[in-house]
Design a protein around this ligand. Structure first.
Ligand code: ZN
Length: 139
């Protein structure tokens, strides 16, 4: 995993992170209050946002990352990079859960780059293959 601070974010990443940050503002999180947003850069260099969306039937909640990943496929594309903006979890940058990693692996392969950003703008990157090294996927 490569750690870097926000000063190292390229302008390419900056617009992706901005979309994730804006999506975070739209997160529907009345139960957890864990405000989280994501954004996918597609193979066509488009950006697809996603926000965490909860429900009173708690099991129906959907992670921001999967909202963005499913939106990416819905628009006919595949994910290349995935940024997420969220509070830290137990002091650590919040990376995608296993379910979201599995979906990203299936749809984009192990080279999809994940950029985890906290609410202060500190970030770290890792590939889906780094984070889920033995997940099953096609090709
Ligand atoms: Zn998830």
């Amino acid at each position: 995993m490569t750690h870097r601070d926000h000063n190292d974010i390229t302008s390419l990443d900056a617009d992706l992170i901005d979309v994730a940050r804006n999506a975070r503002e739209r997160a529907y999180v009345p139960y957890s209050k864990f405000r989280m947003g994501a954004a996918v850069r597609t193979n066509e260099d488009e950006i697809v946002p996603g926000a965490l969306i909860e429900n009173v039937s708690l099991g129906l909640a959907m992670c921001a990352e999967r909202v963005a990943l499913f939106g990416t496929v819905t628009t006919g594309h595949r994910p290349v990079r995935l940024a997420l903006v969220a509070p830290r979890t137990d002091g650590e940058l919040t990376f995608p859960c296993g379910a979201c990693l599995q979906v990203a692996l299936e749809l984009g392969g192990p080279d999809v780059e994940v950029i985890a950003v906290d609410t202060d703008g500190e970030s770290a990157t890792a590939t889906v293959g780094d984070l889920l090294p033995r997940g099953p996927h096609r090709t």
